[in-house]
Design a protein around this ligand. Structure first.
Ligand code: HEM
Length: 189
């Protein structure tokens, strides 16, 4: 029985997302309307996105350094940007991007997202402490905007650029939903 009295095996009993991340990602993808055409578009635009990987990660970290509340995670003991740490973080972000362009839900990629969320939300030590969830939302918005501009510049056809942006927006927010799980109490959905 669940706390509200429903039998645990009832069809709507729910499940803990962290116990079945591939299911969570599949259900979120269906909910935002990410269909096969979107998946194909994400994969087709992968070379364009990856060609801009260095530019994109540099722009994001420049942006983070502009605000004291996001810069504090990347400063050294002297209060100056820690170049080595920033290079490591840019490398991690690029790794995520390379996985994301594949637009595939595998157990490995799904649980990697959960771990990624946890590494931001459960961070009592380390410069800056826990990364607030709203900055994760903001960062995803920055990625969306950068990609929309890239598609507008590179794809020529405005309708195709719009379709690519829409597909990426759906997929990025599915990713964001998974990253947010690290911040939320474990609760059946
Ligand atoms: C689109 C959103 C973001 C993505 C995809 C992302 C991706 C990543 C990845 C892949 C890692 C490595 C984690 C691991 O090894 O498991 C990481 C670590 C980290 N990120 Fe992010 N990140 C995002 C947003 C942010 C923001 C907004 C901040 C702060 C302003 C931030 C600060 C950090 C820090 C401090 C770490 C090191 C965590 C630790 O101590 O292990 N990230 N990020």
């Amino acid at each position: 029985m669940t706390p509200d009295g429903a039998p645990a095996d009832a069809p709507d009993a729910g499940y803990l997302p962290a116990t079945d991340m591939p299911r969570f990602l599949r259900e979120m993808s269906a909910f935002v309307g990410l269909d096969e055409a979107d998946v194909a578009l994400v994969r087709e635009t992968a070379p364009l996105v990856l060609a801009r990987e260095a530019e994109l990660t540099a722009a994001l970290y420049e942006h983070f350094l502009r605000f004291p509340f996001s810069a504090k995670f990347f400063l050294g003991p002297d209060g100056e940007p820690d170049a080595e740490r920033i290079a490591r973080r840019r490398h991690s972000l690029a790794r995520w991007l390379r996985q994301t362009v594949e637009a595939a839900v595998t157990p490995e990629s799904a649980y990697a997202l959960l771990m990624m969320g946890l590494s931001h939300s459960h961070r009592p030590q380390g410069p800056g402490g826990v990364v607030p969830s709203h900055l994760m939302v903001g960062a995803m918005s920055l990625v969306q905007t950068a990609l929309a501009r890239a598609f507008e510049q590179e794809l020529g056809d405005p309708r195709r650029a719009l379709a690519a942006s829409a597909a990426w927006n759906r997929w990025l927010l599915v990713q964001l939903a998974a990253l947010q799980l690290g911040y939320l109490p474990a609760r059946p959905v």
